[in-house]
Ligand binder design. Sequence first.
Ligand code: NAD
Length: 449
Amino acid sequence: MTTLISPATGQRIGEAPSASLAESDAAIERAAEAFPAWRDVTPGERARLLRRFAAVVDEHIEELADLEVRNAGHTRGNARWEAGNVRDCLNYYSAAPERLFGRQIPVAGGVDVTFHEPLGVVGIIVPWNFPMPIAAWGFAPALAAGNTVVLKPAELTPLTAIRIGELALEAGLPEGVLTVVPGKGSVVGERFVTHPLVRKIAFTGSTEVGKRIMAGCAEQVKKVTLELGGKSANIVFADADIAAAAASAPYAVFDNAGQDCCARSRILVERSAYDEFLGRLEPAVTALRVLDPGDEASEMGPLISAGHRDSVRRYLGDVDVAFAGTDPGGPGFWVPPSVVLTDDTAAPIWREEVFGPVVAVMPFDDEAHAVELANDSDFGLSGSIYTSDLGRGLRVARGVEAGNLSVNSHSSVRYWTPFGGYKQSGLGRELGPDAPHAFTEEKNVFIAH
Ligand code: NAD
């Protein structure tokens, strides 16, 4: 069993099961047994079951949100959005079974057609920062494509995944089609990688563990998608609406207390607008409502654990904080939103993913310099560009080596658009219209006339 702690209070909130190696094997074998029947469910019926699953999730949004507020310390507004995102992903991909088109390719002497066939058992490994959406981004398209799924939530945040697994059964998905296997990465997660019946791993988490998983998958030439860390840049040009850019910057990095792979944790500001931007950023940061996550007004909650809070504090111990917001204090795992000014591109605060409410700000000289600084990173997940020049916005968006850019906005993830990273931020793409294809083999069949 794993003891679960409330991040907001530091108090024990309960226990969750932790599967052994034998239990992991049994879950994988049950998923493999359930596969042929699930693959053969007609497209219309599979679509109907996924829509039913979405409807059952919708009936439990408040319950799921409550669990996430307690278990992960997410603000209530975020947690509700996250549960709604599970429903929306299921609804979106419920349209896929009837649209999993192949192609008919002109050939001499016959007919050539392609099919997208499911892989079998898919293993989905989820981090603690967005337990519900990241699980659904994997299981919704994987199930729609006809695979069965074993899902491992993070040790710290298993409650919503366990509940979603129950809701799948309530909605009528057959036993073994979606199985939640809570437990340790070194036991359950590794077994997904080494078990030959698991045909693909969809992993989201740290770059360090992702590299290890990729190496493990190589042993069996197992398919793998990786969604890893980030150190994304928010680039603010002097011709931008500086007030709007400064007002939105805190939300681009401090949402979910900075525990967001897409966090714009580096702000690059054109030198001529630097002072004005900082002057406007400070009140926006100090006004952020860092409150108990159960409070409807809360905009930022605590960090996930005492250990993670200590790691974020270590980064702050090595730098001068220019200004910071507040936090409620007490026994929870709180760190106030903090702003650091730097001109040192080698500094850990500039290069490493802190994964907490900390942002580093640096001035730049011109467009080429901004792109150079943004790309001077091992990561490449997301980023923002603030400018009133549309041509420049598009040029810089094309120039930044990252998978998800927004111009005059800090939005990153929509379930109906593709999502993923360049460089060490990941491998492959999730979401968007093509996601089900990533859970299939393409088969080519030639029929002679
Ligand atoms: P983590 O890598 O420690 O753990 C992620 C998951 O992998 C957990 O379920 C864990 O139990 C499991 N795991 C650990 N060791 C394993 C092993 N040897 N074999 C198999 N599974 C193993 O990451 P975390 O601390 O939970 O999450 C934070 C990280 O996730 C950050 O780096 C963040 O940027 C990243 N992240 C990326 C995205 C994205 O889409 N790119 C989204 C969210 C989070």
